[in-house]
Design a protein around this ligand. Structure first.
Ligand code: SF4
Length: 75
């Protein structure tokens, strides 16, 4: 089965403050956010062929995160 997208409301997502779309939130309200950060340019992100809007993340094993997502473990 294809991996499913991370649910923002799951326990792990909440723990790392995962946001599925940085364009939908007030970034000034996120203490550790720095301009330009997003999942697709994070070191823990692995692109998936044919799915430019999402990829795999080393934190969320077996699930996918949005390319325009972000979390507090950004590297
Ligand atoms: Fe996105 Fe990186 Fe956080 Fe994974 S670790 S959710 S790729 S910002």
């Amino acid at each position: 089965a294809a991996p499913t997208l991370v649910d923002e409301n799951s326990e792990l997502a909440k723990t790392v403050h995962y946001i599925a779309d940085i364009n939908q939130v007030d970034l000034a309200s996120i203490p550790n956010y720095k301009k330009g950060q997003r999942c697709e340019v994070c070191q823990l992100y692995s692109p998936i062929d044919g799915q430019p809007d999402q990829g795999e993340c080393g934190i969320f094993t077996g699930q996918t995160v949005k390319a325009m997502g972000w979390c507090a473990s950004y590297a």
